[in-house]
Design a protein around this ligand. Structure first.
Ligand code: FAD
Length: 531
């Protein structure tokens, strides 16, 4: 099997690459995906995210190593494992980060990645249902829609935030970003429009694109310094696939893992596992950044929030199914994180440093604590947008099927802890406003007893979690720790090998990471095709 391009990973970035690179019918493209197809009602139906969070078949279900600043807890790291990758299991929130983030990337030496450079790519990749504007495009493959349903408590949360003094916002993707409102979502006609639906499905009929599912790449093959293919386990059989170029799109956890399995990474680490070093690149697997997230959870006096008790589910489910299956409307079109926004934790911040998401349900441990969710309530997420803590993804063994050691070092930096403390206080301030009075029952987390900053620090050590945006582990740049080049995302020192996914972000952007990953892939396709 010989191809012009071999793409590893059919996630957000891989789906874009497969579409763009196979547009020319004379170019042969192969796409390998470790997971199965994305033919699942629970992917199409937005509220299915609740089930995808616990899927064994289509979710890698990783855990971190014990987090030293979080009482040595191991934190759940869900990642999509199917066509569409994490965009098949994500909350569909469409945000891009702040223009500052991209100008910051450019200031680090990444020419061509400033806001003015990337805005046209964000616009090109979307179809904004509200129409075209200075910040939005139409005709792109990623459908961006207003929510068809929002729970009354989500709307009340927005009003409460305004009562608390935050501006209202109805677009987080302009050059202001600050404010609280309802998110726009990557949905079409009331169904998830993940990157597979937007980019990959329309390309599947092309004869020059071969898609292999249940195909786990084990290692990249080299001829000297040139990548020439991949060895993969495809449905239980070891296969060698040759290609002119190998493009890794495995995401921020798996791409650095596959590079290290293939002998590309810090030489000392590779030696520990008996792996011959092809390129000593210390940055591979370093610089892991993610958004730490904490929940302020209240009981609800009104018995109308999402409740996983069988009786309550039956009641909401029956109406929900009618609305969804006959009209693609109603509660089952909810992305579960309907309201939120971007605020400053203190007035002297130049740009928002916190993101909020509101869930109309009682959440504990990513909703995996089912018993806890069998009660009425609502949960306010608060995450810090630009954490200072840095972590790593290292091999646990030379076995490609073994999960890597994921260490985000959540809240290890004192500054991150202090920003989170301010964030929890800001969320509590919103939760106590009049607009939420009809729902407001007791505060479960942090709980009435948590009064002082020290109490909140203890709460964070015990409960702080993450909101699924790992990046940075194959960062682009020009310094010693950079893994790929800004002008082509080629792996430094090697030929025929690129990384194109969230791992190339040098710093975490201030927002959800799907749209930025799609933008990265659109830009990479342009660079590869010389456009
Ligand atoms: C639960 C959850 C909720 C989220 N919510 C939002 C949100 O609301 N909005 C938002 O913007 N972002 C959200 N995100 C983040 C966003 O979805 C990701 O940042 C984005 O999808 C990352 O894209 P990627 O291409 O880097 O990786 P992925 O989309 O994760 O793709 C990687 C793909 O590579 C495959 N793969 C990995 N290793 C191999 C291998 N060795 N061989 C073959 N295939 C391999 C994987 O199975 C996967 O399909 C969320 C993420 C999660 C997990």
């Amino acid at each position: 099997m010989k191809y012009d391009y071999l793409i590893v990973g059919a996630g957000s970035a891989g789906s874009v690459m497969a579409n763009r690179l196979s547009e020319n019918p004379n170019t042969r493209v192969a796409l390998l995906e470790a997971g199965p197809s994305d033919d699942s009602l629970f992917i199409r139906m937005p509220v299915g995210i609740i089930l995808m969070m616990r899927s064994n078949a289509r979710n890698w279900r990783f855990y971190t190593v014990p987090q030293r600043a979080l009482n040595n807890r191991e934190i759940y790291i869900p990642r999509g494992k199917t066509l569409g990758g994490s965009s098949a299991v994500n909350a569909m929130v469409y945000t891009r980060g702040h223009k500052w983030d991209y100008d910051h990337w450019a200031s680090l030496g990444n020419d061509g990645w400033g806001w003015d450079d990337v805005l046209p790519l964000f616009k090109r990749s979307q179809h904004q249902e509200r129409g075209e504007s200075e910040f939005h495009g139409t005709g792109g493959k990623l459908n961006v829609a207003d929510l068809r349903y929002s729970h009354p408590v989500s709307n009340a949360f927005v009003n409460a935030a305004v009562e608390a003094g935050h501006p209202a916002a109805d677009d987080f993707n302009n050059d202001v970003q600050e404010g609280v409102g309802l998110f726009q979502v990557t949905q079409k006609d009331g169904e998830r429009c993940g990157v597979a639906r937007g980019y990959l499905h329309p390309a599947l009929a092309r004869e020059n694109l071969d898609v292999f599912t249940e195909a786990l790449a084990h290692r990249i093959l080299f001829d000297g310094d040139r990548a020439v293919g991949v060895q993969a386990n495809i449905k239980g059989h070891m296969r060698t696939i040759e290609a002119g170029e190998v493009i890794l799109c495995g995401g921020a956890i798996n791409s650095p893992q596959l590079l290290q399995l293939s002998g590309i990474g810090p030489a000392g680490e590779l030696r520990k596992h008996g792996i011959d070093c092809v390129a000593d690149l210390p940055g591979v697997g370093s610089n892991l950044q993610d958004h730490p997230d904490a929940l302020v959870v209240h009981k609800s006096l009104r018995k109308d929030t999402l409740n996983l008790a069988p009786g309550a589910l039956l009641k909401t489910g029956t109406k929900g199914m009618w609305d969804f299956f006959y009209r693609r409307q109603g509660q089952l079109t909810s992305n579960v994180a309907e309201a939120g926004g971007f605020i400053k934790s203190r007035p002297e911040e130049q740009i928002p440093d916190l993101q909020l998401h509101l869930t109309a349900a009682r959440l504990d441990n990513h909703g995996l604590n089912t018993l806890f969710s069998m009660g009425y309530g609502y949960s306010g997420h608060v995450c810090i947008l630009r954490p200072k803590s840095r972590g790593s993804v290292r091999l646990s063994s030379a076995d490609p099927a073994a999960a890597p050691l994921i260490d985000p070092n959540f809240l290890v930096e004192e500054e991150d802890m202090e920003t989170m403390v301010r964030g929890v206080k800001a969320m509590r301030d919103i939760m106590k406003q009049d607009a939420l009075a009809p729902w407001r029952g007791d505060e479960i987390f942090p709980g009435r007893a948590a009064k002082t900053d020290d109490d909140i620090r203890n709460f964070l050590r015990e409960k702080c979690d993450n909101i699924y945006h790992p990046v940075g582990t194959c960062k682009m740049g020009v310094d010693d720790m950079a893994v790929v080049s800004p002008d082509g995302l080629s792996v430094h020192g090697l030929e025929g090998l690129r990384v194109v996914d969230a791992s190339i972000m040098p710093t975490l952007i201030g927002g959800n990471t799907n749209a930025p990953t799609v933008m990265i892939a659109e830009k990479a396709a342009d660079m590869i095709l010389g456009r």
